[in-house]
Design a protein around this ligand. Sequence first.
Ligand code: GLN
Ligand code: ZN
Length: 761
Amino acid sequence: MSLTTHPGFPRIGLKRELKRALEAHWRGEAPAAALPDTARALRARHWQLARDAGADVVPCNDFSLYDHVLDTAVLFDAIPDRYRPVFAESRLDGYFAMARGHKRGGHDLHALEMTKWFDTNYHYLVPELHAGQRFALAGDKPLAEFLEAGALGHRARPVLLGPVSLLLLSKTVDGSDRLDLLDALLPAYAELLRKLAEAGAEWVQLDEPCLVLDQDADDHAAYRKAYAALAAAGGPKVLLASYFGALGDNLALAASLPVAGLHVDLARAPQQLDAVLDALPAGRVLSAGVVDGRNVWRSRPDHVLPLLRKAHARLGDARLWLAPSCSLLHVPIDLDAETALPAERRVSMAFAKQKLEELRAYADALAGHAEAEAALQAQQARLDRQAQQPGVQNPAVRARLNALSPQASLRRSPYATRRVAQAGTLALPQLPTTTIGSFPQTDGLRQARAAHRAGKLADGDYEALLAQEIERVVRFQEGIGLDVLVHGEPERNDMVEYFGEQLDGYLFTRLGWVQSYGSRCVKPPVIWGDVARPAPMTVRWSTYAQSLTDKPMKGMLTGPVTMLQWSFVRDDLPRETVCRQIALALRDEVHDLEAAGIRAIQIDEPALREGLPLRRADWPAYLAWAVECFRITAGGVRDATQVHTHMCYSEFNDIIEAVAAMDADVISIETSRSRMELLDAFVRFRYPNGIGPGVYDIHSPRVPTPAEMQALLRKALEVLDAGQLWVNPDCGLKTRGWAEVEPALRRMVDCARQLRAGIAT
Ligand code: GLN
Ligand code: ZN
């Protein structure tokens, strides 16, 4: 019978036990043994859970106290010198210093840079390397976890990030070529592999996810060299794992490497099966990633079984393994914990445990077990029935989308005309000042929201509190002289959840936590049905806020791409179709806000850039629909209505044309940390519309000095027209305290005034 296994499992625990243990450890509140004990208990529990769900072989060393890329860097001693003194005191403290920075006992170290793990919402720490870097096997984590699993009676396969992806995901601080370090790195890998073999490991999984990216000839040469060296090292059999997409033009290379098995993603890229089967050399194992490791949906037997039958016919039992497409790190652990979900939703969903059960059923069905075949048939029938449930297809939404004309994504006039109309209604000074939306979410507000959710605070009392908070924020903004005001978003817990909860087609889980980085988890909403807006969502609070002031009050919406990107999205429709549905729902909100007298509306798209596909060739298609969805949301409003957008990053070089094509009247972006240098893209492109490069870094508790803000604005004025420059912070203020926000915004407004006076004379 074919083996079932998985490339990795979530670490955080069903109830976020790891998060709690980590945070207690960091606060110094727990005894030294508490964190390792929790970690060991979680590993044991997860191995057993996988076994009980039917996995034949479990991964080990997929667990991490913070991040597996950091683990790999530390394992091979790629530790920047500044952390070494902390490591000398305690390896665990050193590890966390690299992860989170360290301020204690004379050390003041910043953390490694963190960045997105491919196109997931997981973030990894970027190892810092330099020319001449030395590596050594400096730990035994993979070995220790292998022995730990063995002692518990599990057949385990150690998982390691492969040497080429490790280097490609790192950065060098001196601009030298990362791949030049391969020769120095390989002996350390080889030593580890030998030790694993000595300890009895039959297989080791080396993850090379960079194999699904655009790779050039140098990269290919690096894989060849690396795997030739490891093959000669005398370690366990190597399973080379690719995931997050098709191998594409890297397939021939991957198939040619001297390894014993290849894992491929057949959930995102089922079309690659034929080519993979043709390319796979005789005797090699194929680990078929047939169940989606990135999503919460049950697999469709009518999709999966034909793939498996084809592979099985070519490879037989021994050479075919069944697996999820990638590590299950990206999905919640157990659907059984979602007791509050309606049965008709649950039938179509699967979390990590359920995905392993599905794999068991597929393996059994391949082996001809009638019971498993019947179970899969029943699953298919349930999925077919579920597709007919009300709400999965909303005829009104479908009809509206079908009838959508290209006109819908147009403003009535070009920007030059709108600019004049907006000057008339908004009466703004030069260098207008504004903020990004949220104001500090005080403990009082959070507690009130929690109490309201728990039914302990009556609607009326909660709403009175919100009204009071909005009034306070409005009076404050008026008092310091901001030009375009916001209501402060006190009613919102999360910018996606707040809207998702008011839209048809979304559901929310109770324990659907997914690790974002370290101890931080998110609970992404689930889009299961056609998205529609049964009633206005923000009009009430926006109009209330506007009623308190004569200054323009910005309506505040989360954009369609961000609503999509930060959710688990149904897999029976193209993502762009789901995004268009969200755009139409938000478009109604925009029109209602306008009709209610709101003159400026901000549509936040912080996730636009992170939605970029992994392969360059796929970028234009994505950007085309992403931009169109934004334009559908904003389309059709009056010329005098000012549309803002906000993106919390500064790297626009690759996407500036798309950003310009969104045609927002004003865009606010992050730039204070990069000291305006990243305005380059806007300058080179001659971006014509309003632009507010952030002058206050809200990610830092530091209150910027007036001189710093002045300098930033002057720098911006060197390259931008005074008529297009806005003055605003980097991002929303909800994570900051009033004690910082108040002086910072006062200074920001003063700076704008002084500069204005300077320009006028
Ligand atoms: N309007 C949101 C806020 O101010 C924007 C947040 C974001 O872009 N991440 O909180
Ligand atoms: Zn932001």
